[in-house]
Design a protein around this ligand. Sequence first.
Ligand SMILES: [Zn+2]
Length: 414
Amino acid sequence: MTDLSTVPTAAPSLDDLAAATPAQPNADAKRRVAGGVVAASAEILDLSHRIHADPEPAFEEQRASAAVADTLRLHGFDVQHPVGSLATAVRATRRGGRGGDAPRIGILAEYDALPGLGHGCGHNTMAASGVGAAIGLASIADELPGEIVFLGTPAEERGSGKQIMIDDGLFERVDAALLYHPCDRNHVQSFPLASEDVEVVFHGLQAHASSDPWRGTNALDAMVLLFSSVGLWRQQLRPDARVHGIIQEGGTAANIIPDRTKAWFMLRSADQAYYAEMAARFRALVDAAAIATGTTGEVTFSGGAKTMKPNATLERRWIENAAAYGVVDQGPDPNSGSTDMGNVSWVCPTIHPDLAIAPEGTPGHSILFRDAAATPVADRTTLLAAILVAETATDLFADPELVAAAWRDFRAAG
Ligand SMILES: [Zn+2]
């Protein structure tokens, strides 16, 4: 079991959550929202544990998405599952009793696991906290304007499910997107890298490697040249950029000139504009390798994760709401991976705050982190995250000027 004392500002116990005084403004509404989460805590944690025990990889989250959809249906949400073009996407809405179309506040939840590892990214806690936040908000739905929009978003670990949901129109007229992520630290700001999977295939011509090699064109030579070019290119790349890859097909026999080779690369950068330059250069390196070897090269970009546009207005609300529960923000995360929440941040005001479920230094995407995601510490964090997401949404529902300020930040961020 995780040692509580080593987890940065571990979340309060259930009793302490119930007794805490939420931050102003809207403290009274927030107390009722937190009460809604506390009242449903057994159901919320059961959902987290069930998803943890039954991991499903990207695009295959049938049981997790069904459990999420069923729980929200029980709590009075209008549920679409599946929705859009993804079989495991969920959209659950509840209109506020005060009517009107605005604002629409989005509460997001991921539930995919890592192949061969399980919930090594702790998405079970995100799924449960997102559902918990929606349940908490539902307890004051009668007094809200606009609409609560819960979005269950598949495939964060591979394939950028959120981009597909954006393309499906599921983020239209959403004024804010809120999503907590489990971590070994507490911080609201992170700087995820733009990231994309790139498949490269070279096509050549087979020939006997000894009797008449001059009749062939060597697809492996093209691949070797591409890796050499990438290696040299790295010297000129900015420090925040990454290119890394593996050869998946390198030919079939040493005495056959390879007519087909295949590689899987990833490109990443902390700067969206620089990323576009990198993608163009990578394509040129493939073309150059093909020209040099008389082969043809194909490049397929997966359509990947984007960088994250920060939103100071939402971040401030989160930090103040969290401080009321004793959570101290530890400052921006210096080590970022990539997330398709970045894509959402280019569509509407977005935050992706992290809360600790494990001792500091626990590596993500590991057995240690997977096991931490089902401990009593993770449970406390899951409930706290549900409350903080719901309280931040409460602030947005209560104050049109706050929503306008979040949109101003969004536009100012480029
Ligand atoms: Zn994750």
